[in-house]
Design a binder for this molecule. Structure first.
Ligand SMILES: Cc1ncc(COP(=O)(O)O)c(C=O)c1O
Length: 339
């Protein structure tokens, strides 16, 4: 990445040339996270979830590490992955009532279903394959385990291929104490295995970053956050490093506090306040973060803001700026944003 100087010369862009707030990415940490996960869950044992990074350049690196199957949360993510040539086996791990855009994709498409309505939508939309989504304890999507077999029968009667089951133990992945996390995961997977016995099929799709090494029941793990990480997952002492952060600029100083230009519109806040090393966060508002630094800061200083939740943070930004120290070496679009 270069910037043009007034005298016609060019020089490497640095983080100080960026408009803030800006999403920065450490490619070495990213590659180390991808490699560590590929070692633990090689090839098809991992179905990386793209919802955390929403970036086909990152998905291509996961593909290069051996994972050919991907998981998406939105139709837009499915479309973007197919257009990027990453559509060997895409799972929309989410329910949709209009699957027509999915049926039009040049990709192998599987969609999660948990009702007659979503089965009918898959048929109408021209999607050929489904997973029966089972509620394994997270009150979100998924049918009751006892209903999974009947839904699979209904889907097959309507000509759909049923590849197996899915059940996301999202209430377990973030549990801090490992023994409790394992217990919650094990209880969830007992429900999923019961459903799978009724449904059949080769896929048992479940899991996330927090359960990637304790969910031994699933045939494939749907982890996504591990590539970038966040401070909530950092508390679990997993072998993945923080690979991204938001760069902000100090824009105002007060009595015992400083203010930077990174607020709620640049940060996913549902897992709590972000972290600034060497500072205590007071609060975030729309465009601002107010914090008490241990050492004095000056107006114009750049600071690192470490988000507590990666997925919604990334969704606020248009691109990742890849950095080596202060140098900006590349920019990757967050091209799977939108719906
Ligand atoms: C259905 C589903 N599977 C997998 C994941 C990935 O979880 P993680 O962020 O723990 O990697 C998510 C994340 O919310 C999800 O919704």
């Amino acid at each position: 990445m270069f910037r043009h100087l007034a005298d016609g010369l060019i020089s490497m862009a640095t983080i100080h040339d960026l408009q803030t707030p800006a999403l920065l990415l450490d490619p070495q940490a990213l590659d180390a996270n991808i490699a560590a996960m590929a070692l633990a869950l090689p090839g098809e044992r991992l179905r990386p979830h793209v919802k955390a990074h929403k970036c086909t350049a990152i998905a291509a690196r996961q593909r290069a590490a051996g994972h050919s199957r991907f998981c998406c949360a939105t139709i837009r993510e499915m479309e973007g992955m197919a257009a990027a040539g990453l559509g060997e086996d895409l799972l929309l791990a989410n329910e949709v009532l209009d699957a027509s855009r999915l049926g039009a994709l040049d990709a192998r498409v599987t969609v999660a279903v948990d009702s007659e309505e979503t089965i009918n939508a898959a048929v109408r939309g021209g999607v050929g394959e489904v997973l029966i989504d089972v509620n394994v304890g997270l009150p979100r999507c998924g049918c009751p385990p006892a209903r999974a077999g009947a839904l699979a029968d209904a889907a097959r009667r309507k000509g759909l291929g049923v590849r197996g089951v899915m059940g996301y133990e999202g209430h377990a992945v973030g549990v801090a104490a490992r023994a409790e996390r394992e217990q919650a995961c094990s209880e969830s997977m007992a429900l999923l295995m019961k459903a799978h016995a009724e449904v059949g099929g080769e896929l048992i799709s479940a899991g996330g970053t927090g359960t990637y090494d304790c969910n031994t029941w699933a045939s494939e793990i749907q982890a996504g956050s591990y590539v970038l990480m966040d401070t909530a997952y950092a508390a679990l002492a997993l072998p993945f490093a923080q690979a991204f952060w938001v760069l902000a600029t100090v824009i105002s100083l007060g009595d015992g506090f400083a203010v930077a230009d990174c607020g709620l519109k640049a940060l996913g806040m549902d897992h709590g306040n972000p972290t600034i090393e060497g500072a205590r966060i007071w609060f975030c508002s729309d465009e601002h973060i107010t914090f008490a630094p241990e050492k004095p800061v000056a107006i114009g200083d750049h600071i690192r803001v470490l988000p507590a939740h990666v997925d919604p943070t990334v969704a606020y930004h248009e691109s990742f700026h890849l950095v080596a120290g202060d140098q900006v070496i590349d920019t990757w679009p967050v091209d799977l944003r939108g719906w």
